[in-house]
Design a protein around this ligand. Sequence first.
Ligand code: SF4
Ligand code: SF4
Length: 434
Amino acid sequence: MSEKGKELYEHVQQKIEALKDKDSEYAKFAEIWRLACLGKYRSYDLRYLYEDTSREYIEKYKPAIIEAKEKFVENIDEYVEKCINVMEKTNKFKVYYAKTNEEAQEAFMKELGDAKIIYKSKSLEAKDIGIMDVLKENNIEIKETDLGDVLCQLFEYEYPSFTLAPGVQFSEEEIVAKIKEKYGVELEPDPEKIVQFYRENYRPELLNDVKISLTSANAISAHDGTIFLLENEGNISLLTRAVDKHIVVAGISKIVPDEYDAFMVGKIQERITNVDAGYISVITAPSGTSDIRGTRVFGMYGAKEVVVILVDDWRTKAAKEDLFYKDMLKCISCKSCDFVCTASRAFGNVYASKYGIGGLNIVRDYIHNGIEEAVKDGLFLCTGCSNCTNWCPSGVDLAEMMKNLKKIATEKGLCPPSLKKYQEKILGGKNPFK
Ligand code: SF4
Ligand code: SF4
C-alpha cells in the first residue's frame, strides 16, 4: 500500500471511530438515516397513498424510463442541439451550452451582473461545477429556500447530508434553541410551530425581494424545451415566478426525448421517495402577455427572463468514449440507491462525498476530483451487494461503477490493507479463509 493509500485509509478510519461516539455528528446522522431508510424501504410495498404500491408503479414505468434515457445517451448530440434550438427560438429562453465547468461559471457570473444576493433551491449541478464556491469567493450571499437547506445554513452544518431531506438530523429541540440563539425568538419544539415561524418570517421575503433565483431541473424535454421542476414546499414556485430572472443550471443529462418522458421522470421520483410532490412546475417560456393588441411583452407577473445553463463537462465524452461511468447519464436522481445501500445504512454520512451521501456521490467525486478523493469518501466501504443496481428505476449499474473505481484505486496502491490480505490469500492459496 502506498503512503498516500495509508493516509486515505487513516482518514476513513478516523471517521469510522467518530461514528462510534454517539454524540458525534456522524453518529447523530447515522441514527436518523437508518430509520429513514427502513421507513422508505418498507413504504415501497404499502398501499397507503394510492391504489398501487410504489414498487408496482415503478415496475410498470421502468422500461419506458430506461428506453427514454438510453435514446438520449445514444443520440446525445442530436437531442442537445434540438433542445437548445427550441428553447431559444420558440420558448425565448436565453441558453448557454457550457462545455466546461469554467464556461458554466463564467455564464452564471455574467447573468448575475452586480447582484449581491441569490436565492436558490437545490441545484446539485451548481455545486458540482463549483458555482457555489465562485459565489462565496465573490462574497455573494447565497440564500437557501428549501427548509432542510435553510436549517443546514442556520446550523452552519458542514457534513455531507441527504439531498432530499438535508436537515433530517436536527431535532425539534435543537432547531428551536438555534432559532432562539440566532433570532431571539422563543418557540415550542413542535414542527408545526417551526414551519409557521418560517412561513411568517421568510415567505414575505421570497414573495417580494427576490430578483434572481437559481434552480436545477428535474427533467427537460428535447421536443419542446419544457423544464420540469418538482417540489413539495412551494419555494420553487415562488423562485420561478416572483423573480425578475430565473436561472436554471442543469447537466445535459437532464434532457429526455419529450415532455411525456419528462413528466414520467418526475412522477417516478415522487413515488420512489413516497413524498407527494405537491407542485410540478412546467416552464415553457418566461412570463408574458399579448393582451394589448396582440403584442407579446415579457415580464407580466412572473419571471421576465429564464436563463438556462446546460452543462456538458464530462457527459458527451462519457457517452461517446463509452467510459465506465457512462451510466451516470441515465440517472434521474431519485435517490433509491441511497435508501437500499448497505454501506450507507451502516456508515451514514461517513460513506459520502462533499456532494452528498452514498455511492453515486462518490462516483461524482471521482469524476470531478479523482480517485484519491473517492477513496477518502469511503469507496472501499462499498460491500458490492448490488442493491443499488437492482433497485434503480432507470437501469444505472452503480455497483459495477463502484467495482471499477475499486479496481482503479487498487492499481494505484490505494486498497486498504485488510482487503489486500484477502487478495493475497485468493491469488496465492485460492482460499480467502486461510
Ligand atoms: S442511480 Fe438510479 S437509483 Fe440512484 S439516484 Fe440515479 S436513478 Fe435513482
Ligand atoms: S454495491 Fe455498494 S453502493 Fe451499491 S448498494 Fe451495495 S454497498 Fe451500496
